[in-house]
Each structure stands twice: as C-alpha cells, then as structure tokens.
Design a protein around this ligand. Structure first.
Ligand SMILES: Cc1cc2nc3c(=O)[nH]c(=O)nc-3n(C[C@H](O)[C@H](O)[C@H](O)COP(=O)(O)OP(=O)(O)OC[C@H]3O[C@@H](n4cnc5c(N)ncnc54)[C@H](O)[C@@H]3O)c2cc1C
Length: 459
C-alpha cells in the first residue's frame, strides 16, 4: 500500500525534512499556511526572513549533499562565495581575529533566496513532494496511541482531514504541538528556557563602489565589559549589504534612522558605522524581538504518540545571534535519513521516541554554545549556569583572548562556530596546553586588542 508523510510548515526545516522523506515515502505533502512565492521574496510566515541569516559551513555542506547542484544555484543568483578568515572581519570579546585562510568556505545570501533555491530544487527534482498552501494545520488526528494524520483548514474552504503514516511538525518556534498533544490526552513536553531578550534591527543597502577588504563583518558583544551590543554586515546576492544591529537583555536597537545610526556609533568599533553611514539604503529599518532560547524536551515525554515527530525551531529555537537554526535543521534532516534507512516506513512503532532522543543529543552542542554565552549577560532569565558551565565560560574567555595570536586556535574555533566540529575539540589536552602557553607568554593579552582597532589586514 502507498505510504504518505505529512510535513507541517514549508520553511527551512520543513523543506529539508521533506527532501529526506521523499526517499522513503511514496508521497510527501507539505502543508503550509502561506502562499509560497515564485521567487526570493518575503512572506509573513517567516518574519525573520528580512534579517541577516548566516549559513554555517556544516549547514551548507549538508544542503549540498541533499540537493546536488545547489552550489550552481548559488552562483546563478550571485551569492558571494567566502572564505572564513580571508573575507571575514570578526571581532570577538577577545578582539579582532587574525585574517588568514582557514579553508572554511561558505556562500552567503539572503534568507529568502536560500529558502527559494531549496524549494525550487525540491519541486524540480522530487515529484513525489507536493505542497498544500494557504492552509493551516489545526490539530493532529489519532487512533489509539498512533497519529494517523492532521486536520487542516484552507484559507478559503472547509476543514479537511489528511491521513498519513508519519506526521512531522516543522511549524517553527510558535508551533502548536504542545496543545495538539494535550488535546490528544498526552503531557505537554517540558521546556528549558533561557531568556536573553534579543532585539534585531536590519537595513538593506546598496554596496558601495569601493567596498572594504572584508565581505562579512561580525562585531560581538563583550560580556566581560558588559557591552551588550553587536552587529553583523553581510554581502549578499545582488550587490547588496544586509546590516543588522543586535542587542541583548532588552537593549533593543531602534528602527528609526537617527536611532539606528546612533546605536551603530556606540558599538565597540566604528567599522560598522563607517561602512553604512554613506551607503545608499534600499529598505526601511526592520525590527525583530525574541525572548531567547527554548528547548522542548519531546524526548522526556513518558508517553508519546507513535508516528509524530518534531524538527527545527519547533523543537529548539536558539538565540539567532549564533546563526545555528538552519544548520541544526539540516543536521536533523540527515539524522532522520540515517534512522529511516534502518527502519521500515510501514511499521514505525517506537521510531518517534528514538528519533526525539537522538535529536536531543544532536542539538546539545549548539544549545550549549548559544545558552553558554547568553547566560553570561546579567539580565538573562532562566536556567542558571552550573559549575561546569562556569568553567566552560572561563575557558572560552581564555581561548578568545589568545585567538588573535594563533591561527591553529582560530581555525579550531571557526570550525566549532560553524558546527563542523564538536566543542570538545577545544578541550583536548594538546589544544588546552597551547592556550595555556599563550596565556603564560603574553600577560595582559586582552589589552593588546583595544576595541577601537580596525580589522587586521590579511596575513
Ligand atoms: C531574527 C532571526 C535571525 C536568524 N538568523 C539565523 C541565522 O543567521 N542563521 C541560521 O541558521 N538561523 C537563523 N535563524 C533561525 C532560522 O530562521 C530558523 O532556525 C530556520 O528558519 C528553521 O526554522 P523552521 O523551519 O523550523 O521554522 P520557521 O522558519 O519559523 O518556519 C515555520 C513555517 O511553518 C509555517 N506554519 C506555522 N504554523 C503552521 C500551521 N499551523 N500550519 C501550516 N503551516 C504553519 C510558517 O508559515 C512557516 O513557513 C534566525 C531566526 C531569527 C528569528
């Protein structure tokens, strides 16, 4: 008998999941609330689409594995190909990173362009994936302990039931999965919440004729000096700059022109302000506010229905400043693929529980990276750092301090930040000794990196 999977939500996590499911199910149906545009355009269901979205190296690699030829699409739309270290000017709390060839390459583009290219590949190369758009999923349908489909309502039409052998929730950070489970008589998954109260303000600019020698600029906050403001400026397709200001602990960047520029002037370095002050704006200033990080523990549910799983932001929504969400969704898609390869799609009993356990394990590093930083801010609410977290924070500070002086350490950090290596790589004895040697050799190391410096030249 033909098998069907349903994916709720057609954004990054939904598209990547559908691509994997297409290998195992006869039909995959994505049910999406929005109309999906025919080009790289903004839509309401993804309000973050106007803001800077870093595609980490690990995420890009997985996407290219799932969609061979995607790199050609990046070239087609003119998404710049960048090398971390050469094309990036990156100020951490320890100062500007050295600029050298780390060997880590990525393309950068707007979020709307990336989603459009992935959707186009899915539509062109996977005919068993179909879209039901302009339709909101209202609830899960179940028989006994098994989800058998969903109930959805088209914007213009009657509520309908669609049956499926597997239902995947990819409806994002505002997912109604907890309510849907409760209605079916299950417990609501417990949550770990770390609220750092983040604000974004983003403006698009035309790139100047004589751009700087970097193509991506990152200015991080500096928790040790209680500077809670940062910024990112990305070159994206179409010769445009995406310039985002960020603040944590409710230090929200303003969305009026004067306020935006004034906030930019208060950053740790004038480089961002100097870049945008005479650049030609192409858009208004868009704002976005988020409470912080939220992890739903589906894996801890004592009882959970068969044949219903959740992915992407519906499971774990991060503080976006670390650029991890899309890459984590890609990691989960690969995990799903390897688990389905060992399962029988016609009999998935026990699959949901195992999948949620594996997802919890897979996102652990990304969660620790994001929340470990957020917990340093004085106004962050939620889980408090334990002794182990405090040690990691202390050690990370030491690593950040010596990175401007050491390419090996910088390369390792860049891999971890790109989710291409586990943070434990930085705890290996040889690595820790290297950090320690620098610390002993260079007393007062952070004073060398005065915040006002311009990015170092390429070495
Ligand atoms: C300001 C900001 C900046 C970010 N920056 C980065 C970054 O630099 N790098 C990075 O990797 N990630 C970043 N992220 C995170 C990234 O956007 C998400 O992790 C990524 O989009 C995956 O999300 P998702 O597909 O799970 O959910 P979303 O992208 O939120 O999509 C959910 C989809 O489900 C649909 N939907 C919702 N409810 C229903 C329903 N009931 N029925 C049908 N459809 C429904 C919505 O319309 C939408 O299409 C950022 C997030 C924010 C907020």
């Amino acid at each position: 008998m033909a098998t069907r999977a349903i994916v709720i939500g057609g954004s990054m996590a939904g598209l990547l999941t559908a691509r994997v499911l297409a290998e195992f199910f006869d039909t995959v149906t994505i049910i999406e609330r929005d109309t999906l545009p025919d080009g790289p355009e903004y839509r309401h269901g993804v309000p973050q689409g106007r803001h800077v979205h870093a595609l980490l190296a690990q995420g890009q690699q997985i996407m290219e594995t799932l969609f061979p030829g995607l790199d050609e699409d990046f070239v087609e739309i003119g998404a710049p190909r960048l090398t971390w270290g050469i094309d990036t000017a990156y100020m951490t709390s320890g100062g500007w990173l050295r600029r050298f060839n780390t060997g880590i390459n990525v393309n950068q583009m707007s979020r709307v362009a990336l989603e459009f290219l992935i959707r186009r590949r899915l539509q062109r190369h996977h005919p068993n994936v179909t879209f039901v758009t302009n339709s909101v999923v209202d609830s899960l349908v179940a028989e006994g302990d098994r989800v058998t489909g969903v109930r959805y309502t088209p914007h213009e039409g009657q509520a309908t039931t669609m049956e499926a052998d597997l239902v995947v929730d990819a409806s994002g950070r505002n997912s109604k999965a907890p309510e849907w489970l409760k209605t079916l008589g299950y417990d609501v998954p417990s949550e770990t919440v770390v609220k750092s109260y983040i604000g974004y303000a983003t403006r698009w600019y035309e790139m100047p004729d004589n751009p700087p020698d970097w193509r991506i600029l990152f200015i991080q906050a500096d928790t040790r000096r209680q500077i809670l403001r940062g910024a990112a400026l990305f070159e994206v397709e179409g010769g445009r700059w995406l310039a985002t200001l960020g603040g944590v602990n409710k230090d929200y960047p303003p969305t009026d022109e004067e306020g935006f520029l004034a906030f930019a002037r208060t950053l740790r370095t004038p480089v961002f302000y100097d870049a945008i002050k005479d650049a030609k704006p192409l858009s208004p200033i868009y704002g976005y506010r988020i409470e912080g990080n939220r992890l739903r523990h589906f894996e801890k549910l004592a009882r959970q229905p068969e044949r219903f799983i959740a992915v992407g932001d519906a499971v774990c929504a991060f503080n976006p400043l670390y650029g991890q969400g899309m890459t984590v969704a890609a990691i989960e898609a690969l995990l799903l693929r390897s688990m389905l390869a060992k399962a029988n799609p016609a009999n998935l009993d026990g699959f949901a529980r195992t999948f949620h356990r594996e997802v919890a394990r897979a996102i652990r590093n990304a969660w620790l990276l994001a929340t470990g930083e957020d917990l340093r801010y004085p106004g962050t609410e939620g889980a408090k750092p334990g002794a182990a977290d405090r040690f990691v924070q202390w050690y990370t500070d030491r690593v950040l301090e010596v990175m401007p002086y050491d390419e090996t350490i910088t390369r390792a950090f860049t891999q971890v930040a790109n989710l291409a290596a586990s943070p434990t790589a930085m705890l290996r004895p040889s690595f820790a000794l290297r950090v320690l040697r620098h610390q002993l050799r260079q007393q007062g190391i952070s004073a060398v990196n005065s915040p006002g410096e311009v990015p170092p030249r390429l070495s």
